[in-house]
Ligand binder design. Structure first.
Ligand code: ZN
Length: 129
């Protein structure tokens, strides 16, 4: 299994991690298969969305914040329930096809690490099958 570190800089953030995943793929010289990207955290997630306009991830974060307010009489004592809910909604993993040694992503698609309770130092696991 491969892993890399993501350092986040604010409470909510979406960071394009496609280049890091692609670098592992090139290093491993895998031509065909599946690439699983997994985030081993309960207040962070991974998703695939548009990389061309930085307003898209900004709007995703703003939309999630509207749906799931920071404070809403949650029971969890740590005070970060909104982050836990967002992490579950977005999900802890993505699977991307690998063909001809490349990740099969649409023209405007990137893999984004989603931070919902930063800033923190986070891990991302990558496994090819
Ligand atoms: Zn918590």
């Amino acid at each position: 299994m491969n892993q890399f570190i993501v350092r986040t800089h604010s409470r909510f953030e979406m960071i394009d991690i496609t280049a890091s995943v692609r670098a592992i793929l090139k290093e491993r010289k895998i031509q065909s298969g599946l690439c699983c990207v997994f985030v081993p955290h309960t207040t962070a997630a991974v998703t695939i969305n548009e990389n061309a306009d930085p307003d898209v991830p900004a709007d995703i974060l703003a939309g999630l914040d509207k749906l799931i307010p920071l404070n809403d009489n949650y029971r969890h004592m740590e005070g970060n329930s909104a982050a836990h809910i967002k992490a579950s909604l977005m999900g802890a993993s993505e699977v991307v096809l690998v063909d001809n040694g490349e990740l099969v992503l649409g023209t405007w698609q990137s893999l984004f690490f989603c931070e919902f309770d930063g800033p923190r130092t986070r891990k991302v696991y990558v496994k090819f099958t």
